[in-house]
Design a protein around this ligand. Structure first.
Ligand SMILES: *Cc1c(COP(=O)(O)O)cnc(C)c1O
Length: 375
């Protein structure tokens, strides 16, 4: 009888939790104050700390990233049609649908898998009011090209920056670009508050409107000015975020080391390509996507399955494309002919496990599996 020792599973990501011992005093503070939500002390402290950490002027915390996207669109009174990318998590387009806005999909660039600015102009109609690009995998979009088109046609730009926590260029945080940027602090993201999100805004006036929208439209105890929603972040989530910020530089550094090791190892595997390195600071290594090319001896889906059988849970982000889901696929812009680059990327991409505490043995096992997977 052949005895197989099955090692524990490796998932695509795992949250980097701060020491529990350090979280207990934060919880005690919440218990003592009996303030659990509604902009309590931890909420205020996290907003201040995040502005400082990220290098932005104004931030509004949310219960999750999807509500941040939905609210960002409302804050700018976006209507009609919005140009967006099919190569993202469904929440990007869903946030438009929740506002009665029609998503118009444009293709992506093969190098970055971000929205192709050259495809935006032809998608603009008299109904277009905004562009919603995604900094996919935490790598910056072509910020200047997108802004130039927006300026030219008088469109707003709302970035889905759910992947882009802490990403900087020489000129500072990429979250300062566009009219608004929405972040997600979901448990699977680089920085998490269990569930959570935020909107980065350029001035106090728009932040005020956002803060009203996330709290039913209340301005004071008895005045409601807009039909807002309940999208407030709780004190426990805010405390989690505040504590975690102390460990974030270390977590980002560990991610970058793993990304470098992946690059070196995958360089020698024929038929598997990494994305071009975005450059120092230009990615937070939130994900490690590779493309399984036709000259690899297995298809992406077979490789995905083989890895899974060995307890390695890679993920096909983003497959299917948003434009392939039933609610979207009937739209003219959702046709695969309109989205050839996204369609191919969605068939070839595989996101490999990456997280700060990924053990050396697990990393070695992943590389060995990639090198030796059989039909
Ligand atoms: C995670 C994610 C969201 C949604 O964030 P939640 O906090 O889970 O609601 C939106 N867009 C993208 C690109 C994401 O990856």
């Amino acid at each position: 009888m052949k005895l197989e020792i099955i090692p524990p599973p490796v998932y695509v990501t795992q949250p980097a939790l701060p020491p529990l011992d350090e979280f207990i005093p934060y919880l005690r503070e919440i218990w003592d104050s009996k303030i659990l939500t509604n902009g309590g002390p931890f909420h205020q402290r996290l907003e201040t700390a995040l502005c400082q950490y990220l290098g932005v002027e104004h931030i509004s915390l949310f219960a999750n990233g999807t509500l941040a996207l939905v609210t960002a669109l409302q804050a700018l009174r976006i209507t009609g049609e919005v140009i967006t990318t099919p190569y993202s998590f469904v929440a990007t387009s869903h946030s438009l649908m929740w506002n009665g806005i029609k998503p118009v999909f444009v293709d992506i660039l093969p190098s970055s898998l971000n929205m192709d600015p050259a495809k935006i102009e032809e998608a603009i109609t008299p109904l277009t009011t905004a562009i919603m690009p995604v900094h996919c995998y935490g790598r910056p979009c072509d910020l200047e090209a997108i802004q130039a088109i927006a300026d030219n046609y008088n469109l707003k730009v709302i970035y889905d920056a759910a992947h882009a926590f802490g990403v900087r260029r020489d000129d500072g945080s990429i979250l300062r670009h566009g009219d608004l940027s929405a972040l997600s602090f979901h448990a699977t993201k680089v920085f998490n508050t269990f569930e959570g999100g935020a909107i980065v805004s350029p001035n106090a006036k728009i932040k005020k409107r956002i803060d009203q929208l996330k709290n039913f439209g209340f301005v004071d105890e008895t005045t409601v000015v807009i039909p807002g929603i309940n999208a407030k972040m709780s004190e426990v989530s805010a405390a989690m975020g505040l504590l975690q910020l102390n460990y974030l530089d270390d977590a980002l550094y560990k991610r970058s080391l793993i990304a470098n090791r992946y690059r070196a190892a995958i360089d020698n595997i024929k038929g598997i390509d990494c994305l071009v390195d975005a450059g120092e600071g230009m990615s937070n290594h939130a994900y490690f996507p590779v493309l399984i090319r036709p000259d690899f001896h297995l298809t992406r889906d077979v490789l995905y399955q083989r890895l899974k059988e060995q307890g390695i849970y890679a993920r096909r982000y983003f497959h299917p494309l948003i434009s392939e889901f039933p609610v979207y696929r009937g739209m003219p812009s959702a046709k695969p002919e309109n989205l050839p680059v996204a369609t191919i990327a969605s068939r070839q991409v595989l996101c490999l496990p990456i997280y700060p505490d990924l053990a050396d043995e697990d990393f070695e096992r992943i590389i060995l599996s990639l090198q030796s997977c059989k039909d």
